[in-house]
Design a protein around this ligand. Structure first.
Ligand code: FE2
Ligand code: FE2
Length: 226
């Protein structure tokens, strides 16, 4: 019990990705702020640490999520996995979600101004993520692979810290959407597009958290050992 409190969130999620949904429920960041211990993160956010630990101990989603051993994968393989799984997901979904968000904002914006704000934030996320993923695919990941092939390769730390900063920024924006949408809960009167928007936004958020977690907490630390 106390052991869980003093572990970092990143460690717990790296050991068992199914715990990610628990941290998300409490809005505890496991991808960018994952370096904090459970205890400290809860203190900072004013959350009862025992509730979180209880949920972690009673984690039942374990059986449903295949637990891949990302930590044991080579940096090259993990970089490819991130591109094929997460970058493709983002590319496939940005325009679908933007379309829903704009439609909902146009129809409901007047009496539900939050929908306008959500559409605006998502549009920023969309353009920033597109250039961010380009940076990873064409500069950072090829550099990681080059370093894995040749330990003498001069690795540019600047790109790495820039990419990490961008993770923070997009993480903050997605959290804002989570708040504005009351955790992706559509109002009683919501039409199907509205429901679809919140459903897709939640799916997108889950994917993004996992994506940034793999980069920040598993892939980037591997670079130091190449
Ligand atoms: Fe990425
Ligand atoms: Fe990234």
């Amino acid at each position: 019990m106390t052991e869980l409190k003093t572990k970092t969130i990143a460690e717990i999620v790296s050991d068992d990705i199914s715990t990610a949904s628990i941290f998300k429920k409490y809005k505890l960041d496991f991808c960018c702020g994952g370096g904090k211990t459970v205890e400290n993160a809860c203190k900072k956010e004013n959350i009862n640490v025992d509730d979180v630990v209880n949920d972690l101990l009673n984690n039942t989603s374990k059986k449903e999520t295949p637990n891949l051993n990302f930590k044991d994968w080579s940096a090259e393989f993990l970089a490819d996995y991130i591109v094929y799984v997460h970058h493709s997901y983002v590319k496939q979904n940005l325009s679908i979600i933007s379309e829903f968000a704009d439609k909902v904002a146009n129809v409901h914006g007047q009496h539900e101004p939050k929908t306008i704000e959500i559409a605006q934030i998502f549009s920023t996320i969309s353009s920033e993520l597109t250039s961010h993923m380009g940076k990873e695919e064409f500069i950072l990941f090829p550099a990681i692979k080059a370093k894995a092939d040749n330990p003498n390769f001069e690795f540019d730390e600047k790109t790495l810290s820039l990419v990490k900063e961008e993770h923070e920024e997009v993480g903050t924006m997605i959290k804002k959407i989570q708040e504005l949408s009351s955790d992706f809960t559509p109002p009683e009167w919501a039409c199907n597009t509205f429901k679809a928007l919140y459903f897709k936004l939640e799916e997108f958020t889950n994917d993004l958290y996992q994506h940034i977690h793999l980069e920040n907490n598993i892939l980037f630390p591997k670079v130091k050992n190449l």
